[in-house]
Design a protein around this ligand. Structure first.
Ligand code: HEM
Length: 335
């Protein structure tokens, strides 16, 4: 069962450890998973198999006193921490349009002074579209284009979504929101629960969201049409130049009984929210370049003082991301 995971990781020579806990939860072969991504969403050589249209940026994170009280993680020290940022549009198509109500992503790599890293890939919805890796595989398979018609079979999709209604929640949320005016003006959620250990050893679970310091901003349908399909990169450059792109790193605190192992279920409304610090985006790289190009945003890499929850989707991300990285590196990584 664990052999595909281990060989996938060894194959590309990455050095992260997924741990016995994560390995015990891998129940979908990561190579089959990435093959299914390609079969359903298309294969675009060199590009990420999800979030393909992206741009690299750099930033700085400064932790807050509330962050230090919550967790011993060095990221919250209050000293500026360099962060590699990648913004992207959802999907496998590197030419995806910027002016639709699809997902936006913000991936982060915090480089900590003691040699640790924190990696995360956050999305512009409070929930993900599958609760388990098996459900994700089945969902992708249901939407795979029919070889004869080159289009997905609506009857197959309906049968799948009727039996798995929670897979529609993410899409419903995105459809209810306006097209984001900017990568810098939309909320990005982590969707999984993580636990944070304070200086006395007490653990607190929570789910995080990065919220723009200047508030969210969307486009009307008319404005979105006028902007066209390629405005997000230039918009980001302009806003970052004027120092306007910053996010509050906020954590919603879980209470006993809250569901912590399901990325399709947000914490109940009204949970206390604390501010862990501020992420400021300070520069944007040229298209096709930048520090993020070959970064694998494996969300199982986190600093001491932060731990994963038992969400099966969280641990199941590590190996397919490594497989996808291996493929795009061997094809020549593109952005
Ligand atoms: C078993 C579950 C999942 C699988 C198999 C999967 C698979 C993938 C793959 C193959 C990539 C491309 C990686 C690359 O080429 O470097 C990717 C990217 C991404 N995924 Fe997932 N994913 C899963 C769950 C999730 C969840 C729950 C989230 C929600 C936060 C998420 C958010 C992202 C983001 C933000 C990216 C873009 C990362 C970047 O900028 O490189 N994924 N995913």
């Amino acid at each position: 069962m664990n052999i595909p995971l281990l060989s996938a990781i060894t194959l590309i020579g990455t050095s992260f450890s997924v741990g016995a806990f994560a390995q015990s939860q891998i129940t979908v072969n990561p190579v089959s998973m990435v093959n299914q991504f390609e079969a359903t969403n298309g294969k675009f050589e060199g590009y990420r198999r999800s979030g393909a249209k992206g741009i690299c940026a750099n930033g700085e994170f400064t932790g807050s006193p509330e962050g230090r009280a919550l967790s011993v993680a060095s990221v919250f020290s209050g000293k500026p921490i360099p962060v590699v940022v990648r913004f992207s549009v959802g999907g496998a198509n590197p030419k995806a349009a910027d002016n639709t109500k699809s997902q936006r992503n913000m991936s982060l790599q915090f480089t900590l002074p003691n040699g640790e890293q924190w990696l995360m890939g956050n999305i512009s919805a409070p929930v993900f579209g599958s609760a388990t890796p098996q459900q994700l595989m089945a969902s992708l398979a249901a939407r795979q284009p029919d070889p004869a018609t080159k289009a997905p079979d609506p009857a197959k999709i309906k049968a799948f979504t009727d039996a798995n209604p929670e897979v529609l929640l993410q899409g419903k949320y995105l459809a209810s929101q306006p097209v984001p005016a900017s990568f810098g003006s939309v909320n990005y959620w982590g969707v999984h629960a993580f636990s944070f250990t304070n200086p006395s050893g007490v653990k607190q679970f929570g789910k995080w969201v990065f919220e723009p310091v200047n508030g969210t901003q969307g486009l009307s349908d008319e404005e979105a049409k006028e902007k066209g399909g390629n405005f997000l990169f230039d918009d980001l450059r302009q806003r970052v130049k004027s120092g306007k792109v910053a996010f509050n790193f906020n954590l919603e605190l879980a209470q006993p009984g809250d569901k912590l192992d399901d990325a399709t279920v947000p914490l109940p409304e009204g949970r206390k929210k604390i501010n862990l610090g501020v992420l400021k985006v300070t520069s944007v790289s040229d298209d096709d370049k930048g520090a993020c190009l070959t970064v694998n945003f494996n969300p199982m890499v986190m600093p001491k003082g932060v731990e994963p929850s038992n969400d099966p989707m969280l641990s199941a991300r590590a190996a397919p991301y490594a497989v996808a990285l291996g493929r795009r590196l061997s094809e020549g990584a593109k952005q």
